[in-house]
Design a protein around this ligand. Structure first.
Ligand SMILES: [Zn+2]
Length: 164
């Protein structure tokens, strides 16, 4: 015996559903649409369509992807500054860029750890690859020209990876 749900028959049902999915406080939705918090609670628990909920979840997943590629882009830019500074023998700027790059890598690693299970595999986001890349780049320390060329290629390759 389903009772009539005041939310389901509400003329603004879709807007209410969106607000519920968006995580608006029930008290705010209640005040806005003039439905009781109890009704909202019941409706959310029993009627809010699963399709809508999963749509919201996948929106979160793509927001996470977006965040990751922004951080990755930031990392590419910091690397590019590093390359330029090294080329122009601006040691102070280079040191600053190294510090920036390391901070961004730490953020990236943290994000990846948190998101790992949701991500499709992307080698440029893989901590093992980031470590390996650092080893390769550092090994070329005695050969600045080769090192700069390598880093530039890596940045280009990873950029392509980001935008694909
Ligand atoms: Zn309902």
């Amino acid at each position: 015996m389903a009772r009539k749900c005041s939310v389901c028959k509400h003329e603004s049902k879709e807007a209410i559903d969106r607000a519920l999915i968006g995580g608006e406080p029930l008290s705010a939705i209640s005040a806005l649409f003039r439905v009781s918090e109890d009704s909202l609670y019941r409706h959310r628990a029993n009627h809010l369509s699963k399709a809508l909920v999963s749509a919201a979840e996948s929106k979160e997943a793509s927001a996470a992807d977006e965040l990751l590629s922004q951080v990755q882009d930031l990392h590419s830019r910091a690397l590019a500054i590093l390359v330029r500074a090294e080329r122009n023998k601006q040691d102070k700027v280079a040191l600053q860029a190294i510090k920036e790059t390391r901070g961004i890598l730490e953020l990236l690693a943290k994000l990846m750890g948190e998101l790992r299970n949701q991500q499709t595999f992307n080698i440029t986001l893989c901590p093992e690859w980031i470590n390996l890349r650092t080893v390769i780049v550092n090994a070329l320390d005695p050969y600045p020209e080769a090192r700069i060329a390598l880093v530039e290629r890596l940045v280009q390759a990873e950029r392509r990876g980001v935008t694909q």
